[in-house]
Write a protein that binds this ligand. Sequence first.
Ligand code: ADP
Length: 385
Amino acid sequence: MATNSGGWPDLELLEAAPILIWRSGLDGLCDWFNSAWLRYRGRGMSQEVGEGWIEGVHPDDKPQCMETYLQAFAQRQAFQMEYRILRADGAYGWIVDYGVPIHDRSQDFLGYIGYCFDVTARRTAEQDLAVTVAKLEESNEDLRQFAYVVSHDLREPLRNIGSFASLLERRYHKLFDDVAHEYLGFIRAGVQRLDRMVLDLLDLASIGRTPPAATPLALREIVLQARENLGLAIAESSAAVAVEVADDLLVQGDASHLVRLFQNLIANAIKYRRTDVPPQIVVSAERDNGMIHCCVQDNGIGMAPRHHEQIFGIFARLQHKTAVDGTGIGLAVCRKIAERHGGRIWVESAEGEGSTFHVTLAGATAANAAGIVPPAPGAASTRRD
Ligand code: ADP
């Protein structure tokens, strides 16, 4: 920048600059403002110099503003601060103020030049966003509570229907013909199914009520636990479930929720298998930009691309309404858990060609991993179990 007297920037240049500029001398007091500043404030030079400009600073911002300035001044350091100041139109504007110490050719301190920009639009947008987020969180919480209460309350009349259907059958079974027995069977099956759906809904509503613990967990142990929990289904279907997850991959979160996520995905990979080949399932994971990218790959029936988003909705099931047991909530649970762990979930699949479910989770780096079983020290290889 062009300077005169060896140190100060050329005031004529600064005068015409489209940003707000001030200057202060060795005594710390402002002795000059450019015309953009004076126009912004709607005041004259004589009103602004000295401590005049401080009168316009919002009372809530004044202490912080003065402290930043005086501290930086004492140490001759550059500073940056944001504060509200009265504008010519009588409203407060937010400005960001960059103060730069100025020295002459022999490095003697002369004072400060400050460059300011109006950031009211950005601050207003930030405030609007914060208000919107707060409102969203509130309505989310209301919805969650609503789902919880409704699910609870629904179970009582359901139980009544089920018990009276059983009573009818026990007391009057001699009066009923086969068709009546069949109808009662439908009622009981319907009640059972509805009860499972309500329980699953309760389950879904309960995720997210408590924030996940901030303990780093060994991902491999989570996946192994999920596989172990499915031991019976794996044995019954002769499935092969390979776990290709390195011991040193750590995630931050809630162990039981994460186990549930992988358990749901592996269970689905078994449930939606092809009839002609035994299920081959591979669970793998790798680091990806601070996140951990996990894949659960199967050789099952797959699904058409038009269903790829839909299946993560509540009660969303494809063509297997009666063929395969389920309520259509498992993947909604998985999505909620992935999102609660800073990640997301999606599927890649084609009909008849198997599916790969992708999950990203926020990675953890702390050395003090505490999982279901912490990773063995020094064991950092990807083993295939
Ligand atoms: P549920 O298994 O109880 O029906 P989910 O929410 O777990 O509910 O899954 C929703 C639907 O997505 C399933 O009904 C099924 O149609 C489809 N789906 C889920 N996982 C797979 C998979 N691995 N292969 C093929 N289809 C799947």
